[in-house]
Each structure stands twice: as structure tokens, then as C-alpha cells.
Design a protein around this ligand. Sequence first.
Ligand code: AMP
Length: 468
Amino acid sequence: MSEAAPVKATSFGTLALKPATLENLTALGYLEMTPVQAASLPTALLGQDLIAQAQTGSGKTAAFALALLANLNPRRFAVQAMVLCPTRELADQVTTEIRRLARAEENIKVVTLCGGVALRGQRASLEHGAHIVVGTPGRIMDHLEREYLTLEALGTLVLDEADRMLDMGFLDDIKTVVGKCPKERQTLLFSATYPEGIEKLAQQFMRDPVLIEVQAPVAQSLIEERFYEVTRTNRFESVALLLNHFRPVSTLAFCNTKQQCKELVTYLQQQGFSALALYGELEQRERDQVLAQFSNRSCSVLVATDVASRGLDITQLEAVINVIITPDAEVHVHRIGRTGRAGESGLALSLASMDEMGSVGKIEQYQKRESVWHKREGLTPTGKGPLLPPMRTLQILGGRKEKIRPGDVLGALTGPDGGFTREQIGKINVTEFTTFVAVQRGIADEALRKLNAGKVKGKSVRVRFLQD
Ligand code: AMP
């Protein structure tokens, strides 16, 4: 008999998880724990309170999701775990991840409760029985006040991106919501930073929490960081130069204000780039459209403020551009950590004028390394014509309400009437009332025509281009 391979300390097999859960993790390709998972799961699975300093991309969702799932009784039809998140995007991502991890279990129901959607539908979902709720504090409070949601059976409370929830002014709502939770419970708090407010929050709501700090993710070393000196008048032009020189497929460009985001997007669009803006005051529908187009690679540049971009989980991001240096060194490190995920290399390009050299100095101290400067004059267009995204987004006027599923759309495009290959079709995003489907640029016109002429789920549909 051959000897069994030694079990690594970072193997999920070292944890007290059910065999079906372990099998599911392997099927998902989660072969080893990430540092935050290895540091927090042993404690979390024991039912202890925990504060973990971790950012998006570190695997933090699975760190709390596996703990709350382990404590859940699927046969008991009551809310046993609740995750509070700062934004709807994050809540959606958390819900998706929990569902993925819960696949191995009996029917576990996860309900998302966020603003921007009618209360009625959410109430109906709760009435059908939910084991886990994920949502924003304000909307969860609404449901509690109306008694659509009750928390007597709650065993695990998670505060995700707690620092951001405080920044967004959710403190009072959080207090109210926590006040409705049973005293006997486990509380897990995840936060990218650990400001004073978090400590106060922890003192109020947690019992002897174990504090976990994980060093910056390994992926960070794959990020190539370059600084360019610019002037106030050539800053936007420099962004265009960077894009034409490096030609990244997807770029997240950070500005410090909403106004600057708007101005830069207008400039880039005038220069022929496919660029969209993401900032706090967009309507939910607009946000959904922007995010769908950026994540399916039919928009080259997303120009965003820090707050608006929080919680975005975009795995393929070739470049981050700091259009203006942030005065907060920690924010800078979070910005550049958005690229170079999952072992891919990434470019972090920062534009600084003389006024921002003090901030650059703070960043150097914080990162304990000197910045590498490159000359703006060295940025030359590659002569390949305008930078175009590889995909285009078609919008089908119909979504979940019409019972459209991604497979129906894929079927219409790759079936006999469509005739396209699977590879020519990108992400398919079904929202409540509308569906976004990315297709390769070269087949976009034909795909639009065929979808409009044909049928999805046996019905005629109306389809149009979302942009350009
Ligand atoms: P998060 O930090 O929770 O947003 O997770 C970032 C990404 O990493 C998600 O797409 C997860 O599906 C993925 N992930 C989480 N844990 C692991 C793991 N142990 N191995 C591989 N991928 C993981």
C-alpha cells in the first residue's frame, strides 16, 4: 500500500468539515486554504467570536461562509445566520459564494435583502423560509421593523467590510439590527482596515473576540507599480497615453471625487475609448448596467471613486490607474491590490503632480519601498488603432421575471437558429427585468439580428446594444 500524502496545514482536510463539504471544495477548485481562511476557520468553527482583517480577494467570504454553514441545521426553517454588507454588489457576491459553498448540503435557502428592490418580493422569499439572510443594514432594519424578518433562531452574525459600513454611516442601523439578535450568538467581523470605530463596535457587540491579521496577499508581489509625473493640465491626456501604450483589456481608473470621474469619462469617450463611470449616486439600474459591461469585458475603462468600487470582485483586471494619488496610503495599497489577482500579473500605474509628492512619500513609507518613476515621454501608442474592448453587450428586454435563465440565452445563440460557438459568447447576466449577454465584437451585429428574429424560451424577445 502506498503511503498517504502528508496533510498540509493549509489543507481544508485539517478542519472539522463534513465530507460532502470537503468534496464540494475540491470540485470548486479550492484546494488549499487562503491565509485568511487558514487563520480564521479553526477558531470560527469552534463557535468563537472573531475579528479578521482581510480585504476582498483574500477568500474572506468562504472564511465566514464555511463557519456559518457548519453551524446550520437545514431542517430548521428559520433564519440562523445573517451577513451585513455595505453594498448591494457585495451582498450579491456574498450570496453567490454562500450558495456555491452550500451546494453540497441539503436545500439551504439564502435570501438577499438590499434596497433598490421592492420589499414585497423579499417578504415573499422570507415567508417561504430562509436559513441565511445577506443584506445591507438599512433594508434588513426595514424588514425587522415590519416583522417580516425575525431573528430568534440566529446563531451567527457576520459584519462584512465593517470599516466600509462605518464609513457609509451605517453605525446606527447596525446597532439597531444587532439589538434584535439573540445575545447568545457567534459574531464574526471582517474589515480591510482596523480604525478606532471598529474597536468600539467590537467592544459593544462581541465576546472576547480573537483578533486575526493576515499579511498582504502574496499576489501583491506580481503587481508592477509605475509612477509618472504629470501636470494639472496633462493628467487626463496621460491616462489616454497609458491606455494606448499598455493596451490593457480591463482597467480600473481611480479618481478622488465624483466630479473628476465624470470629467475623465467624458474626456476618454471623446478620445474614442470605451469608458464608463461608477460613483455613489448612480441609480441601481445604472450601476447594474455599468458593472455588467465592465465585468463582461465590453467596456475598457471603469472610472470609479474608492467608495463606489468597494466590494467589486473582478478577477481579470489587467491594470489599475491612479488618476490622482490618494492622500491615504492604505487606500493606495487597496487600489493597486485590485489588479494582479489569482496569480495573474497586473499593472498599477500612478499619476502624480508636484502637489501630490507628499502623498507619494507617505505611500513609500507605508509600503516600505521606493517608488519607481517612468517618463511620460516614453509612452508611445502602439499604432494598432483605437483600443477596443473584445466584447459587446446585448441587452434583452426581459429577465428573471420572464423566467429567462442564462442557459436559455446560450441555447438561442448556439442552437441551430443562432449557429454561434460557445467561445463566441461571453458572460450572461440575468437581472430581474433585463438580461445582459456579452458576445465577441466581430459577431455582435449578427447576434443582435438573430436574437431579434428568433426566440428565447419559445418567445420573441426585444434586443438592443447597451452601448456604442
Ligand atoms: P473573496 O475575498 O471572498 O471575495 O474571494 C475572492 C475569490 O477567491 C472568490 O472568487 C472565491 O471564489 C475565491 N476563493 C476563495 N477561497 C478560495 C480557495 N481556498 N482557493 C481558491 N479560490 C478561493
